[in-house]
Design a binder for this molecule. Structure first.
Ligand code: R7I
Ligand code: MG
Ligand code: MG
Ligand code: MG
Length: 313
């Protein structure tokens, strides 16, 4: 949903006038009989579908099979807004990509391996490295995976303590960042530092300056470290009311808020929505909004198949 609904705004700077337009855009789509062309999904969903398929089809993870699914999907529909797309290790003079392309598609791994944390991390790492080999690209995907996992295991009847949620994430990502030290010592605190800023931002009084502060200290870019912590922030922020976002539905609020931050809107909304969805569960999804997203029905079928396979194993 985040990908489809955020896609039209990707790469934009969002003004206060645009925010009103985005509020109306969501209001209209929630109306029962509102007809409009599907909001098309982009590479985020195309690749996430492949990850879900990879987990569903084979008894054990088969990364060659995953690569094949990515490649087939790409050649079927190359114009879904993909990044550069050359072999992972050769990108950027051999350092590998730190784009958010690993993080944007990782959610199914967290759902599938929710009972097996270490295996989840291991599979998430391999799934990411098929295309994103830079420690910041890998750790960003692992952070997104951990955030979805942590949200999934919480009871939505209890409200979230944002500080605790962040501290828990920091504890986990610290271990991962320290392990990547041998590979490159510059990157050992990148995500911890960003996460440390979140409780402070959540406690600040809301005004237009805060938004600049969010963009300055968390970012809204295509790089994993400029977008994964931002998605986590959106998830936490949307648990309570947000000025000028009028809705009682927390998932809608999350997506709408992520989109109004501008920049990599499809991807930040996609990742924030994945965390919120894992926390709240299926019945909190607004069916009206969902019905405007391209191939939503197919994706429900895919999700159900993944769920069945997870129960079996
Ligand atoms: O990460 P990736 O798949 O892109 C995902 C984004 C999402 O917003 C999607 O919605 C889609 O629009 O694209 O694609 P990559 O090409 O691996 O990385 C994205 C961009 O990050 C690159 O084009 C670079 O601008 C930047 N980047 C780097 N720049 C310099 N050095 C990533 N890694 C590096 C690097 O090592
Ligand atoms: Mg995209
Ligand atoms: Mg793009
Ligand atoms: Mg994007």
């Amino acid at each position: 949903m985040g990908d489809c609904l955020g896609g039209p705004y990707e790469g934009e700077t969002v003004s206060s006038g645009d925010k009103i337009i985005i509020q109306r855009y969501f209001d209209k789509m929630e109306k029962p009989d509102f007809a409009s062309p599907f909001k098309k999904y982009t590479d985020d969903t195309a690749m996430m579908k492949s990850v879900a398929q990879f987990l569903t089809d084979k008894p054990d993870p088969d990364y060659n099979y995953l690569s094949k699914l990515f490649v087939d999907e790409f050649f079927k529909e190359p114009r879904r807004g993909y990044g550069q797309g050359i072999p992972a290790k050769e990108q950027f003079n051999g350092s590998g990509s730190y784009g958010n392309g690993g993080a944007m598609r990782i959610a199914p791994v967290a759902l599938y391996y929710h009972n097996d944390y270490n295996n989840m991390l291991n599979v998430a790492r391999h799934v990411t490295k098929v295309t994103h080999n830079h420690p910041l690209g890998v750790n960003g995907a692992l952070l997104q995976c951990i955030a979805v996992h942590q949200a999934l295991l919480m009871d939505p009847k209890n409200s979230i303590n944002p500080k605790e949620f962040c501290n828990e994430l920091i504890k986990k990502i610290k271990i991962i960042e320290e392990e990547s030290e041998e590979e490159d010592h510059h990157f050992i605190t990148a995500y911890q530092e960003k996460l440390n800023r979140i409780p402070f931002l959540l406690n600040s009084k809301y005004d237009d300056e805060l938004e600049d502060e969010i963009l300055y200290s968390l970012g809204n870019g295509i790089e994993a470290y400029e977008s994964v912590p931002t998605a986590i922030f959106c998830f936490l922020k949307a648990q309570g009311d947000i000025p000028r976002i009028e809705t009682s539905n927390i998932l809608r609020r999350t997506l709408q808020y992520a989109i109004t931050l501008g920049g990599d809107t499809d991807t930040i909304a996609c990742m924030a929505g994945a965390i919120t969805g894992a926390f709240l569960g299926e019945d909190q999804i607004n069916k009206q909004l969902l019905s405007h997203c391209e191939k939503a029905d197919d994706i429900v079928v895919l999700a159900d198949a993944l769920y069945k396979k997870a129960l079996k194993s």
